[in-house]
Design a protein around this ligand. Structure first.
Ligand SMILES: Cc1cc2nc3c(=O)[nH]c(=O)nc-3n(C[C@H](O)[C@H](O)[C@H](O)COP(=O)(O)OP(=O)(O)OC[C@H]3O[C@@H](n4cnc5c(N)ncnc54)[C@H](O)[C@@H]3O)c2cc1C
Ligand SMILES: NC(=O)C1=CN([C@@H]2O[C@H](COP(=O)(O)OP(=O)(O)OC[C@H]3O[C@@H](n4cnc5c(N)ncnc54)[C@H](O)[C@@H]3O)[C@@H](O)[C@H]2O)C=CC1
Length: 448
């Protein structure tokens, strides 16, 4: 008899799992449940849509209920799974009619993702206090921006979403204030010189930065009027919270083992603590090759890969995750920054004997007079083991391919010394004979 596989959550991790099962050619009954009305929304396009850099949201979806059903899945949209009986192997869901029904599974894949962190502060329920994750959140913001009296926007959290939205709101002609309790923007991804570079970029475009400030409360009469921190009060017509994600893992309460932030603890095969139950994407942990420990890193890239791995293992094909480096990138008014692995400050915090090398130079040969930009590189390594722990690059040039190489170097535990003289081609249209990767690596002090 055909196996029953249920996938709960059909966004990036869920869709990847569903497609892997449906494309496997195996005789499987696969059923998906999602509490939302859409599938595969690319949140990464939200800022581009809000800022008017793309004409509409249509391209921000790469799958649909129809596409999955055409391949043979049973897809229940607007249907929240309310509980799971892990012993009887059944899920209970609330259908669109309001009725509940049960369905049995042989294998279960949890891909319930995450939600934005909300702060337990006064005024959080005022009108025009926004959280941004879903397609509907973006629609809501765009609708509100039609009101030209909505002039001042305060963003809480200067991480990836906060910085991207700061650019988007500025492009819409709004006055933007960006608050973060940390001392710099993008502080969990980059070391100080890189954060400063982005801050100069933001300030040059008129964005007010308010770092080392924590929001105490929000004030207003029905609608928000002020964001109050311990240092200042900001007049505000809309407050947008971008203070990170929290995994959605209520379904496993009291049964499935969890990480310190509540994510499902999973093995390299995406197995939870209960047999035949897998978890993938933002609701699950990852193995971080840079820190060599279990971690939580919410990224669509991790969601897709872990969804595929969960599905393969649920199908009985043993596949281990190679782990992740948390590789990421951002482009704000053409300033591109990419990073992978640990920053210097994080490496030191984790107890590594960490050192770094920096270099800055033009991407291409100096005699190329046009289309030649400077690149900053920063490589972090462990002085004792020589292992590369992380890297960061910044330029107006597209340096994204270089960070993929560093991502692999961290994954494969390559030493900084290996990087010094490895074969890198030279052609003036692309790079320099003394290129910045070699030049940076050569600065690493030799082993004592
Ligand atoms: C503005 C923005 C920009 C981003 N940009 C990037 C980027 O550039 N690069 C990148 O890698 N990542 C980016 N991310 C992060 C990325 O979107 C997430 O890491 C990704 O969405 C995780 O996918 P997921 O499928 O694990 O979880 P989610 O996207 O959170 O999806 C979980 C799904 O599960 C459903 N669900 C939850 N509980 C239940 C239940 N009980 N029953 C039924 N269904 C349920 C939800 O409705 C949802 O559809 C961005 C996020 C945002 C918000
Ligand atoms: N380009 C990319 O790869 C993108 C990735 N994402 C991912 O989506 C997830 C969520 O993104 P973000 O919400 O931007 O999280 P984030 O982790 O990038 O940034 C959150 C920021 O909020 C700050 N913060 C936390 N609590 C605060 C408080 N009480 N007051 C003030 N500041 C506070 C933190 O210091 C941090 O700078 C992340 O995992 C991120 O990597 C999101 C957008 C783009």
């Amino acid at each position: 008899m055909a196996q029953n596989i249920i996938v709960v959550g059909a966004n990036h991790a869920g869709t990847a799992a569903l497609n892997t099962i449906l494309d496997s050619g195996k005789d499987i009954n696969v059923t998906a449940f999602d509490a939302n009305s859409n599938i595969s929304f690319l949140g990464c396009g939200m800022a581009l849509w809000i800022g008017g850099q793309i004409s509409g949201p249509e391209g921000l979806f790469y799958s649909s209920r129809q596409a999955l059903e055409a391949k043979g899945a049973h897809v229940h949209m607007n249907t929240k799974v309310s509980s799971i009986d892990f012993e009887r192997k059944t899920i209970r869901a609330k259908c669109t009619t309001g009725d509940y029904y049960e369905q049995a599974f042989d294998k279960l894949i949890l891909a319930t993702g995450s939600m934005p962190v909300s702060l337990p502060i006064e005024g959080i329920d005022l009108h025009n206090v926004q959280f941004v994750k879903l397609y509907q959140n973006a629609e809501d913001v765009i609708h509100k921006l039609k009101n030209k009296n909505l002039k001042k926007i305060t963003i809480i959290g200067a991480g990836y979403i906060g910085v991207e939205l700061a650019e988007a709101f500025c492009r819409c002609g709004r006055e933007v204030t960006l608050i973060d309790s940390a001392s710099a923007c993008l502080s969990s991804y980059y070391d100080e010189p890189f954060s400063r570079k982005m801050e100069e970029n933001l300030e040059r475009h008129g964005i007010r930065l308010a770092f080392r400030e924590t929001v105490q409360r929000l004030e207003g009469h029905e609608t928000i009027q002020k964001v109050i921190t311990e240092k200042a009060s900001y007049d505000t017509d809309m407050a947008v919270f971008c203070a990170g994600f929290r995994p959605s893992t209520k379904l496993g309460d009291g049964v499935l083992e969890k990480f310190d932030n509540g994510a499902y603890l999973v093995s390299r095969r995406q197995e939870t603590s209960i047999p035949d139950v897998y978890a993938a994407g933002d609701c699950a942990t990852v193995y971080n090759n840079a820190s060599q420990r279990t971690d939580y890193i919410a990224l669509a890239s991790n969601a897709v890969r872990s969804g595929i791995i969960a599905a393969q293992n649920a199908l009985g094909v043993p596949v281990d995750s190679p782990g992740v480096q948390g590789s990421n990138g951002i482009s704000i008014w053409n300033l591109k920054m990419v990073s992978t692995g640990l920053s210097l400050k994080k490496a030191i915090r984790l107890g590594y004997d960490a050192a770094y090398v920096d270099y800055e130079d033009y991407q291409k040969a100096g005699f190329l007079e046009t289309d030649n930009q400077k690149v900053m590189i920063h490589i972090i390594y462990d002085k004792s083991s020589r292992r590369i722990l992380g890297a960061q690059l910044c330029s107006e040039y597209d340096i994204s391919m270089a960070i993929h190489m560093f991502s692999l170097a961290v994954q494969e535990q390559v030493s900084i010394d290996t990087l010094k003289l490895f074969d890198m081609f030279f052609l003036p249209h692309f790079n320099q004979p003394y290129n910045y990767i070699t030049m940076a690596a050569l600065q690493a002090e030799t082993r004592p």
